[in-house]
Design a protein around this ligand. Sequence first.
Ligand code: IPM
Ligand code: MG
Length: 360
Amino acid sequence: MKYRIASIKGDGIGPEIVTQAQKVLNSVGEKYGHEFEFVELLMGGCSIDVNGVPLTEETIETAKSCDAVLMGSIGGDTRTSPWYKLEPSKRPEAGLLGIRKALKLFANLRPAYLYPELKEACPLKEEVAAKGFDMMMMRELTGGLYFGERYTKEIDGVMTAVDTLTYNENEIRRIAIKAFDIAMKRRKKVTLVDKANVLDSSRLWRKVTEEVAADYPEVEFLVMLVDNCAMQLVKDPAQFDVVLTENMFGDILSDEASMITGSIGMLPSASLNETKFGLYEPSGGSAPDIAGKNIANPIATILSAAMMLRYSFDLDREADAIEEAVKKVLREGYRTIDIAKSGEPQVKCDEMGDLIAERI
Ligand code: IPM
Ligand code: MG
């Protein structure tokens, strides 16, 4: 089969890591008889430099015409980059939020799994790491605080900033259904994370998710307050299977979940809409401090490509091949700087890409 993939390399380490994922996909293509065509598109800071805006209509339309989107990362150093002198709606992050909204990518899946080989890179206590963990963070991606009305203005002589957190029941129900469907294929447990002791929006999340849960009697349904969840993630991450939560809580908790896997460079993500279409990107950022040094960990992006094969193209065997190849290089002891123990030999970003591509 032939697949057209929109490739948004973006800023910082984005180009380096996406190039490695393309390399691995090409290797999958050769082995399994598929052709992957990459359509390079600009978004984020690099789009600002060329087009004056972080996201153009053309990028949106071309992305929509493709079978899926593979993305790197966007953004720069918020204190020094000229992109952050622009008004907020013209900055790189606005491009990312804009494409998520334009493509209706409401469900963000971030699987956090502790590879046995990386137990030593896990910053948790040995007895906690020894139990391992395998969770699916499901973050709502097109609602809540990141998309609510916001403004900064003087009110009664006092500078005041306002952000609004809005969810309607339909936005909650569609991702809750996805979460329970995914739980059915996993360990059949959903933990809804909210702040229902304070927020109205969280109370609606609970009500609607409880209704959805009633349709899935086989799935154990639990609720947890977000502050407690932040604590439980480092205390006993093995308790989690599917973690369902709103946009900002998911943003924060998924970084935490990634770090306990050893490095944010290990955590892939898939952002899905109601169809098979999806955008696949590493959960981490553009890491401007290490950009261009060829030391970034490309594994999260490579695993994101595997998620693309699985969720958008139904190529489970090929996705397995990528995941197996990643396990193999880890088992053989290859490490990028972020997951290497002190004194352990390190491979560069492109070498890691080659090693995984060779093992497909
Ligand atoms: C992420 C990132 C983005 C987000 C930023 C860059 C806008 O942190 O994908 O988690 O908050 O969604
Ligand atoms: Mg984030």
